[in-house]
Design a protein around this ligand. Structure first.
Ligand SMILES: C[S@@+](CC[C@H](N)C(=O)[O-])C[C@H]1O[C@@H](n2cnc3c(N)ncnc32)[C@H](O)[C@@H]1O
Length: 301
């Protein structure tokens, strides 16, 4: 998939209904094959042709229909047992620094792909096939995960770079994972909030250096929001909530975890736990305002 025109960050690229969905027991290959083959046999000739035109990465390891589903199926929501086949969404290749991301929007029963960055004419549009735990590993581990699940050697911009660039990228990703692990441990948010905020700031810088300025940033802005709200800084909590929301496409249901707190940070369950940084919401500065970045990170250290 290549951009035929300039696509600004945040634009909806595709919103697609499934060709078909499968609900089933995918715990063994036999049960998976039975569920998929039963479903495919109900398709019209036209639907079957669309399905069979999709890429099969599994070779002769399994039947063609199961191979195509394994290569192309998308879960209908995080951790869902139902999956769907989306012929257009399936045409997007993977990149370890993707410029778009896909999300299942249950409300409209559609898979959607949003631009996570500005995408130039002629640029390939890519999504991320890896889960977060693999994305911040080094290239050899990411490639192993993609080889195991999709049977290809990743040749994206990050993985195909020079050995020196790959080594620098590996260092950045491992550092992101280390800092993220410290924040996720939970204690630092309470015991040392300035340091916790500094870790968020460092992760965001590393993501930017990695060219990963898309929905990977949502989690980190959300973490920064939580540090601020826990310590009573309603102004910066609101600013971080705004930044978190701006990382996701408009239809992404994850947005609802944070959007209400842009206007009402005081309604969050952590609000009022500590008054260490007490600052009124009305003092929140706006993204892009002069001195915004300096003000935003004033508590970090
Ligand atoms: C879901 S398909 C993507 C669309 C596929 N390229 C097509 O033309 O139909 C997944 C397959 O695309 C190829 N692919 C996707 N991302 C890749 C990458 N970063 N490096 C190498 N091959 C990739 C692999 O063969 C993989 O099994």
């Amino acid at each position: 998939m290549v951009a035929a025109r300039f696509i600004p960050r945040g634009s909806l690229i595709i919103s697609e209904s499934p060709l078909f969905t499968v609900h089933g027991d995918f715990t063994t290959l036999d049960k998976t094959a039975a569920a998929i083959e039963a479903k495919v046999s109900t398709l019209s000739a036209e639907q079957k042709a669309i399905f069979l035109a999709l890429h099969n990465s599994q070779g002769s390891n399994m039947s063609t229909v199961v191979g195509i589903v394994k290569t192309n199926a998308h879960p209908l929501g995080v951790g869902a047992r139902d999956c769907g086949i989306f012929p257009l969404c399936s045409r997007f290749n993977h990149s370890c620094a993707s410029n778009a991301s896909y999300t299942w929007v249950a409300a409209s029963s559609k898979e959607t792909i949003y631009a996570g960055k500005d995408i130039a004419v002629g640029e390939q549009i890519t999504v991320n096939y890896l889960d977060e735990s693999h994305l911040n590993q080094k290239r050899s581990d990411r490639r192993a995960a993609l080889m195991r699940d999709f049977r290809f050697e990743c040749s994206c911009n990050v993985c195909g770079a020079s050995p020196r660039e790959v080594a620098a990228s590996d260092r950045r990703r491992l550092e992101i994972a280390r800092l993220d692990g410290i924040i996720g441990g939970g204690m630092i948010v309470i015991t040392n909030p300035p340091k916790c905020l500094q870790h968020c700031k460092d992760i965001l810088r590393l993501y930017t250096e990695e060219g990963m300025n898309d929905d990977s940033l949502f989690k980190t802005y959300n973490d920064a929001f939580q540090v601020c709200i826990m310590h009573g800084d309603l102004a910066r909590a609101s600013a971080f909530a705004t930044l978190a929301v701006s990382c996701l496409g408009a239809g992404d249901p994850t947005i609802d975890q944070v959007r209400p707190y842009v206007e009402h940070p005081e309604r969050h369950q952590y609000a009022g736990m500590s008054n260490r940084w007490r600052t009124e919401k009305r003092l929140a500065r706006k993204v892009g305002q002069n001195g915004f970045e300096k003000w935003l990170w004033e508590r970090a250290g």
